[in-house]
Write a protein that binds this ligand. Sequence first.
Ligand code: T3D
Length: 262
Amino acid sequence: MTETLLVDRRPGWTIITLNRPDRLNSFNEDLHRALAAALDEAAADETCRAVLLTGAGRGFCAGQDLSDRVKSDGPPDLGHTLETFYNPLVRRIRALRKPVICAVNGVAAGAGANIALACDIVLAARSARFIQAFSKIGLVPDSGGTFFLPRLIGDARARALVMLAEPLSAEQAAAWGLIWKVVDDEALMAEAEALAAHLATQPTQGLALAKEALNASAANDLDTQLDLERDLQRRAGRTPDYAEGVRAFMEKRPAAFTGKPE
Ligand code: T3D
């Protein structure tokens, strides 16, 4: 049987590929379980200092595999699916104490679009599209869509994307600030892999603390956020990578960060 998820450990980082290309990498329970396990393994592996998420074939991810939703007799409990699979997935990505890059290699629809947005740095192939497909089937955006969209692109654009379910081109997504960058299709994976390899050489603990601060900022007022920055900076200041960064600067040489904890 074909594996629904491919995990490739590279020196210092891991590439995770959603691998159900015939269904545009839409999620079934097998894929959810495999992805959760791969992210947990990356979290526990001290030698893994960055994660790259992408999809096999022409799509990134078309959200929930809808063929699993025509099987049941009565209406399914979709709240249960979110509680069991999608919400923990978004929480795992946001809580992972290392950078998560998403290379959106093709269409990202439904939960697939919002899982991409949960990642720290999103690159997209020029041919990729982002579709809040939920309203086409009578659903509410999930996987953090109603959280990320208004914060990233503003309420007016978020509402129209959600209610119209129109495809948003990668270029428009970048112009609106929904993603970091558009890359020519044939250059996407080389650029995403180079970014992962670069991040794997950076001060991993400092990046994790910065991620923690950014994650918290949406819910905090300025005073609370300033206090949080103080506390996190205190911890960053105790890491070996901070000491190395300062030494390297003074000695006018590149820093050799190890990513080791405080
Ligand atoms: O249910 C719960 O647990 C609640 C949680 C929900 C989370 C969600 O994500 S809900 C939203 C689910 N996703 C969608 O509604 C998107 C459905 N797909 C599409 O609208 C289109 O496929 C795309 C716009 C993404 C791409 O269109 P296109 O024309 O490039 O490709 P296609 O021909 O539609 O798809 C290619 C194949 O993939 C096709 O199979 P076939 O005909 O070649 O055998 C298609 O059926 C299959 N496919 C695409 N998306 C899904 C899918 N099969 C199952 N589920 C899908 N989501």
